[in-house]
Write a protein that binds this ligand. Structure first.
Ligand code: TXA
Ligand code: MG
Length: 324
């Protein structure tokens, strides 16, 4: 079983494990990550094994400085400006892989692009101290909701990894926003913890939404973030044997007979709702209700990422694997 170690003072222990090629779960501002030395193929392979993740699905390489980022990828001027503005933070950029990049090819699943992010908090400190990039997907078994607390990670992956660094609940709660600059366009590959509007204010043009269509981020398959219970969206009433995931001050009809009710944000605050999303899906799932009815959540700001994750949680579970 994984040791759960408080983040204060955990850097040295984490470095010892990472240098030995082990996988360590670490907090970032978005969700917990399952981290390994991105230059060590055996270590990166252990990430895929621990998650049960298909090897064709590439990982994000996490950095702690532009100096480190420049060794891994080629930045166009717009991507550089966005890195200056939003790093460290919940923004991931897909960029051309640098010619002599030290990343192991398993990180990029052999693609000629790499997804880069500079995380805030313990993750950033750890990478700076290690002096190497860390490959890290969200810390969850493939297809399950991402871990947003050390306990959630330990419950899901604790028997497969040696250590979970406990930095408390993650402040953002949904994964990073993923973009890619292509010609003069900026593609939104995954809505996430940095609202699209914040990026648009800097680039002075609308993001081009590519998710939902052709799969460009290989992890963006429909069924994903799946709890065991069925998930029913935009519910205005609660059906028998359903639990209710609420949002805002007004309740759906029949809420009083729900098998359980959790409110993402009583006051309708989307930041609070993002922070609570995954943990509340997991808690309602544990009640054993037949389905989770979800009240409507507005789509602006962080609401885009929340609705994206909810739609994936509600998507049909085809036998075709869900990944990431
Ligand atoms: O907030 C986050 O982004 C968290 C924390 C730990 O940093 N990480 C995370 O990683 O959510 P993961 O692996 O669960 O999701 C990363 C997504 C996957 O859908 C993957 O397919 C996509 O990024 N991706 C990685 N490399 C890519 C590339 N070169 N081109 C397109 N998509 C890529
Ligand atoms: Mg993930």
């Amino acid at each position: 079983m994984a040791d759960i170690i408080k983040a204060d003072g955990a850097v040295e222990q984490a470095i010892a494990l990472l240098m030995a090629g082990a996988v360590v779960a670490i907090p970032t501002e978005t969700v917990y990550g399952l981290a390994a030395d991105a230059t060590n193929g055996d270590a990166v392979l252990r990430i895929f094994e621990a998650k049960g993740r298909p090897r064709f699905n590439p990982l994000i390489a996490h950095v702690s400085s532009m100096e480190m980022a420049d060794k891994l990828a080629d930045f166009d001027p717009l991507s550089r400006a966005l890195a200056d503005k939003f790093w460290p933070g919940p923004l991931t950029m897909v960029l051309p892989l640098a010619k002599n990049s030290p990343l192991h090819p398993l990180v990029t699943a052999g693609l000629d692009t790499v997804a880069l992010r500079s995380p805030r908090g313990f993750g950033g400190e750890l990478i700076a101290a290690l002096g190497r990039p860390l490959a890290a997907p969200s810390a969850n078994s493939s297809g399950r909701v991402s871990g947003t607390s050390a306990q959630a990670v330990a419950d899901d992956l604790g028997d497969r990894i040696p250590m979970v660094v406990d930095g408390g609940p993650t402040p953002v709660g949904v994964e990073s926003t993923i973009i890619k600059v292509e010609d003069a366009q900026v593609l939104l590959l995954r809505p996430g913890g940095l609202p699209a509007e914040d990026i648009e204010a800097v680039i002075d043009r609308p993001l081009v939404r590519k998710h939902g269509g052709q799969i460009i981020a290989p992890g963006m398959l429909a069924s994903h973030y799946a709890p065991d219970a069925q998930v029913r969206l935009n519910a205005t009433s609660v059906l028998p044997d359903e639990a209710l995931l609420a949002f805002g001050p007004h309740r759906a009809d029949g809420a009083a007979r729900a098998a359980g009710v959790l409110n993402l944000s009583e006051s309708g605050d989307l930041r609070e709702a993002s922070r609570n999303l995954f943990a509340y899906l997991q808690r309602l799932d544990r009640i054993g209700a037949k389905a989770i009815a979800v009240e409507p959540v507005p789509t602006m700001g962080l609401g885009e990422a929340i609705n994206d994750r909810l739609a994936r949680a509600a998507a049909p579970r085809w036998p075709a694997v869900s990944i990431s």
